[in-house]
Design a protein around this ligand. Structure first.
Ligand code: ZN
Length: 247
C-alpha cells in the first residue's frame, strides 16, 4: 500500500500556523501523521494545539518543552527566559490530565514496518536533547540508528542529510530517496521556523512500492494574528518578533 506520511515538529503552541498547515495537508491524500514533539512552549495556544495534534495522530514524540512542562522543577533551569515564559504560560493553560498525557509520551519511536525512527533532537541519547546542527553532528547521529529514515526536529531548521551523498544544501521540490542510503531528515518547525524563512515548515514522506520520496512543504500563515495572541497572553514580545524573521 502506498503511504503518504505528514511529519510535523515544533508546533510551539502556534495555532494559526498549525491551522494553515492542516489546511495545506487537506486534499494531498495524507494517510498518516507523525508529530516529533514541542507541540507546546513559546506560543499562546498550547491547549488548543495539543487537542488538534491528538485529533490527528497517536504517534507523538515528547520534545524538551514537554519534558520541561512535566518536570518544571528539574528542567526549567535548562531553558532561557523566553522558553521559561512559554512553559509557565502552558502550565497555566493545561489541565492535570493534559500534563499527564504529555508525561507519558515516548522520547523516541522505532517503526520497523516502515524502517523509520522518530526522535525530537537526536537518536543519540534522545532524552539529552542534543542538537544536530552540522554535517558532523548529522553523521554521528545517523550512526546511532539502523533505520533507513530518521526524522528529527528541535533545531527548527529543515535539512536532509544522506549517509552517502551528505548534506542536501538546496532541497529539490521532491527528493527521491535511494533505498541504499540512510537519511536523517529535519522537517523544520511549524510554529517557529529558524532558517530565515518565516513560513511554517513540515515534511511529507511518500512510500510507494518502488520509490520513496521526501517533500518539504512551506506554508504562509497570518503572523500578525499570532503576534496579537502572544501579546494577549502576556508572553515576551521577542517570541513574536522572531516569527517575522524566521529566526
Ligand atoms: Zn522546539
Amino acid at each position: 500500500m502506498e503511504l503518504k506520511i505528514a511529519i510535523l515538529s515544533d508546533i510551539h503552541a502556534n495555532r494559526e500556523a498549525l491551522t494553515k498547515v492542516l489546511k495545506d495537508m487537506k486534499g494531498l491524500g495524507i494517510t498518516d501523521v507523525y508529530c516529533l514533539g514541542d507541540v507546546v512552549g513559546y506560543g499562546p495556544h498550547p491547549k488548543e494545539c495539543l487537542a488538534m495534534v491528538k485529533n490527528l495522530t497517536n504517534t507523538i514524540i515528547a520534545g524538551n518543552h514537554e519534558q520541561a512542562i512535566c518536570n518544571p522543577d528539574m528542567n526549567m533551569h535548562m531553558l532561557n527566559h523566553n522558553a521559561q515564559a512559554g512553559v509557565t504560560h502552558a502550565l497555566k493553560q493545561l489541565s492535570t490530565d493534559e500534563v499527564a498525557f504529555l508525561s507519558q509520551l515516548p522520547s523516541s519511536l522505532a517503526l520497523p514496518d516502515h524502517n523509520i525512527f522518530l526522535v525530537h533532537g537526536s537518536p543519540i541519547e534522545p532524552k539529552t536533547w542534543k542538537y544536530v546542527s552540522t554535517e558532523a553532528d548529522a553523521k554521528e547521529a545517523l550512526a546511532a540508528t539502523t533505520a533507513h529514515l530518521c526524522f528529527i526536529g528541535h533545531t527548527h531548521v529543515p535539512v536532509v542529510f544522506g549517509s552517502i551523498n551528505g548534506l542536501f544544501k538546496v532541497l529539490p521540490d521532491v527528493l527521491v530517496l535511494d533505498p541504499n542510503e540512510q537519511y536523517l531528515i529535519n522537517v523544520g518547525s511549524v510554529g517557529q521556523p529558524r532558517d530565515g524563512d518565516c513560513r511554517a515548515s513540515y515534511g511529507i514522506v511518500e512510500i510507494g512500492e518502488n520509490i520513496t520520496t521526501f517533500t518539504l512543504r512551506r506554508v504562509f500563515y497570518d503572523i500578525g494574528k499570532t503576534e496579537q495572541e502572544i501579546q494577549e497572553a502576556g508572553l515576551p514580545p521577542f517570541l513574536a518578533e522572531r516569527l517575522y524573521s524566521g529566526s
